[in-house]
Design a protein around this ligand. Structure first.
Ligand SMILES: Cc1cc2nc3c(=O)[nH]c(=O)nc-3n(C[C@H](O)[C@H](O)[C@H](O)COP(=O)(O)O)c2cc1C
Length: 225
């Protein structure tokens, strides 16, 4: 199951990488589905703690009833989860954050060693796209954000791979929008030369997600982030 956390649903950076990842998974025999988070009406966790009640009937159930309810039910059957998000103000988009809260919290057992109640170990991946250049990324604290989400998914579901696509194209025509701060020729060039390589990396990630093997953290590409 893949989730697009970008409001640009059709042909932009995040969804293109997700589609490549799904093509990779399909090439390895997986049945795939892509959900557009911006088509759904839902909130983040409302802190009702129904999922933490001692006398709850079932583990891993979020009591909030909205468009995510059916989606979260289907996650129980998934063999891999791939979540794509643009970076907005140094973190995932609001829709992605709300989704992550609802996805993870019902499976968190407040035991001494913070166990996961998700009944199996599955592969997970976060695909991030962002406008910053490679150089600028090093000066930001974004990597810590990626590492935290990666740890969170790893803890609840299973090994989480990270794919970062940097210095992305934001507009198809930089002449039509405010863009003084960008080197637009460099943007077009990178989109033509580097983005296709990111798509290839996404395809390969999809193949790995569908392999059925859940690697140990130190064997996962992107572990160093
Ligand atoms: C509201 C907003 C905030 C953004 N904040 C950041 C940011 O903090 N860092 C960054 O590198 N890019 C930022 N960007 C750029 C996007 O992350 C980048 O263009 C991304 O590839 C968009 O993904 P999409 O093409 O799938 O929509 C921002 C874009 C928007 C619209």
């Amino acid at each position: 199951m893949a989730f697009n956390g970008s409001p640009r649903k059709k042909k932009w950076n995040t969804v293109t990488l997700l589609n490549n990842a799904l093509k990779g998974a399909e090439s390895a025999g997986a049945k795939t589905e892509l959900l557009q988070l911006y088509d759904l009406n839902y909130s983040g966790c409302i802190s009702c703690f129904s999922c933490k009640k001692i006398d709850r009937k079932e583990d891993g159930v979020c009591a909030v009833q909205d468009d995510l309810t059916a989606v979260l039910n289907r996650v129980k059957e998934a063999d891999a989860l791939i979540i794509g998000s643009p970076v907005y103000y140094g973190t995932e988009t609001a829709a992605t954050r709300a989704f992550l809260e609802r996805l993870c919290f019902p499976y968190l057992k407040y035991a001494k060693n913070m166990q996961s109640l998700f009944p199996k170990r599955i592969n997970t991946a976060m695909i991030y796209t962002m406008g910053v250049t490679e150089e600028m990324l090093k000066q930001t604290g974004f990597s810590q954000v990626f590492a935290t989400t990666r740890m969170m998914l790893g803890m609840h579901f299973g090994a989480c791979e990270l794919l970062l696509s940097k210095d992305t194209l934001q507009y198809s025509d930089y002449g039509k929008f405010e863009s003084e701060m960008f080197d637009k020729e460099a943007k077009y060039k990178r989109h033509a030369e580097v983005f296709p390589k990111d798509c290839k990396r996404a395809f390969e990630l999809g193949v790995r997600m569908a392999s059925g093997e859940v690697p140990e953290p130190e064997q996962i590409p992107g572990f160093e982030y």
